[in-house]
Write a protein that binds this ligand. Structure first.
Ligand SMILES: Cc1cc2nc3c(=O)[nH]c(=O)nc-3n(C[C@H](O)[C@H](O)[C@H](O)COP(=O)(O)O)c2cc1C
Length: 208
C-alpha cells in the first residue's frame, strides 16, 4: 500500500529530526482497520450496553461534519423493547430492534435559525444539508460501535413516511424534527464479516 509506506517514511523522518510528525502510523492503521471491519450486524446477544458505551457512540455521532457546522441532530436512546411495537409500529426491522441492547433514533432538525447577514431578527429557514449531516452522524455511530466490538445496522427511517411517522409521533418530536435513521446496537450473536467493496472500476482520474 503506497500511502502506508509514505506515511511510515514521514513518521520515520519525523522521529529522526525529532519534530512533531504526521498522524502516527498506528493511528492510520487503526482507522483503516475500523472502516474496513465495519459490517451490518442484525442479530445480538442479550448482553446490555454500559452507559459509557452509549456515550461513546453518541460522542462519535456528534463529531460528524455538518453543513455550516449546524449540527442539526438529536438522539433518542431506547432500551425497553416492550415499547417498540408502539414506537416502531409496522417497521419490518422490528426483530432487530427487539433483540438489540439499545436502539438509537437519529433525529434531524430540518430547519435552521439564521441571523440575516446585515443583522436583524433571526429567521427560521429550511436546512438544505440535514440529510447529509445525519448520514455522516449515522456512519460515525456505526464505526464507533465496530471499534467497541459491538454490532449495529443502519436501518432506514427517512424518506419512508410509514417508518418515520410512528416514532415521530410516539417519541414526541417537535414539528420540524424527523427520525432520519434507526440504529439497533448490541453484542453480535453471529459472526458477520465485512464485505470487500474495493472496485478500481469505480475510479476515474482526471475525467470520467
Ligand atoms: C440508507 C440505508 C438504509 C438501510 N436500511 C436498512 C434496513 O432497513 N434494514 C437492514 O437490515 N439494513 C439496512 N441497511 C444496511 C444495508 O443493507 C447494508 O449497509 C448493505 O447491505 C451493505 O452491507 P454492510 O453494511 O455489511 O457493508 C441500510 C443501509 C443504508 C445506508
Amino acid at each position: 500500500m503506497i500511502y502506508k509506506s509514505f506515511v511510515r517514511l514521514l513518521a520515520a523522518a519525523a522521529l529522526v529530526c525529532g519534530c512533531a510528525g504526521p498522524v502516527p502510523v498506528s493511528n492510520v492503521d487503526a482507522v483503516m482497520d475500523n472502516i474496513l471491519s465495519r459490517k451490518s450486524v442484525r442479530s445480538y446477544t442479550d448482553q446490555k450496553l454500559t452507559e459509557e458505551q452509549i456515550n461513546t457512540l453518541l460522542r462519535a455521532a456528534m463529531a460528524a461534519p455538518s453543513g455550516s457546522n449546524v449540527q442539526p441532530w438529536s438522539f433518542v436512546v431506547l432500551t425497553d423493547p416492550s415499547e417498540y411495537e408502539t414506537i416502531f409500529a409496522g417497521n419490518f426491522n422490528m426483530d432487530k430492534f427487539k433483540q438489540s441492547a439499545a436502539v438509537f433514533v437519529l433525529c434531524a432538525d430540518t430547519t435552521v435559525t439564521r441571523t440575516p447577514r446585515g443583522g436583524g431578527e433571526p429567521v427560521v429557514q429550511p436546512n438544505g444539508t440535514w440529510r447529509d449531516d445525519l448520514g455522516a452522524a449515522t456512519e460515525n455511530l456505526l464505526l464507533a460501535a465496530e471499534s467497541l466490538g459491538l454490532g449495529a445496522v443502519w436501518t432506514a427511517s427517512y424518506p419512508y413516511k410509514d417508518r418515520y411517522m410512528p416514532p415521530k409521533k410516539a417519541l414526541g418530536l417537535p414539528d420540524t424534527v424527523i427520525p432520519y435513521s434507526i440504529v439497533p446496537v448490541g453484542y453480535p450473536a453471529g459472526d458477520e464479516q465485512p464485505k470487500d467493496k474495493w472496485d478500481p472500476a469505480r475510479i476515474h482520474y482526471g475525467r470520467w
